[in-house]
Design a protein around this ligand. Sequence first.
Ligand code: SAM
Length: 306
Amino acid sequence: MSHKSVLLDVAVDSLNIVPDAWYVDGTYGRGGHSRAILARLNSAGRLLVIDQDPQAIADAKKLSEQEARCVVKQGGFQNVGQWVSELGIKPMGVLLDLGVSSPQLDDAERGFSFLQEGPLDMRMDTTCGLTAAQWLSQVGEVELAKVLKEFGEERYSRRIAAAIIKARKSKAIKTTAQLANIVAQACPSREKGKHPATRTFQAVRIYINQELLVLKEVLAVIARVLAVGGRLVVISFHSLEDRMVKQFVRDFGREVLPPHAPIVGGGKAAVFRALSKPVRPTVEEIDSNPRARSAVLRVAEKVREP
Ligand SMILES: C[S@@+](CC[C@H](N)C(=O)[O-])C[C@H]1O[C@@H](n2cnc3c(N)ncnc32)[C@H](O)[C@@H]1O
């Protein structure tokens, strides 16, 4: 199973690669972006690749067997601070291509897709944490509705939450098809061109993998570990992620003094500077890779230590 990398050239161009420096690909997936970064490094350049998915890591290890410039670490990218300090490096760029990969979505056994019958798992890191089935067996109705609304922007969040709680009383919800059917029956209307369970699956996945929480965590770590002059490139697939990245770049480390503060010209500039407007895929890219549809890329340069 392969993954077609989204915004491949623009992401790697945005890193503005210094050929003999260290780079970090925090979301290896199947290594499309990693290979493109390696192609621009010289023999002194190095790439740290990270993924929390054991299958992605198996693929990365195969690459590193043939590619001595590549160091592989398995786990959440929010741990990048620890790996960077173990290696004693100051990377010149970090890339995050958020969300799930095609191999994860396409493998029915991973439980990410409502289009295929499979166990309701949805963990990217299959070595720990609750599966979606386990969580749905114990979550309260109010919390479930909140997750569906917040992470899925689901307008029928309360109805769907009630339907899930009712259904699980008669039979445990263990498969993707069961969940998709419960949601479809609970929705009074359909969005054009969208399966009614799309938003629910997205919300449960984001919750199970704590995607927004770890994004917030990793951005603060990157502010510390990246070299001054280095680049942060993030590809988001959800408006909440993109908003978080945008606000982080604008505000992290910024201090605005009150208007009557006794210090003239006081306050501190933000740690990052946004380098361009958000970049979206072209119509051609979306045509050839529909999963690129909601992608937004942001690029920023670190201008000072926090
Ligand atoms: C969209 S894919 C990346 C695809 C990759 N850029 C490529 O070209 O093949 C996202 C990958 O990031 C991983 N991932 C998502 N969140 C993560 C996190 N918090 N820590 C580590 N890996 C994560 C997923 O397991 C998945 O393999």
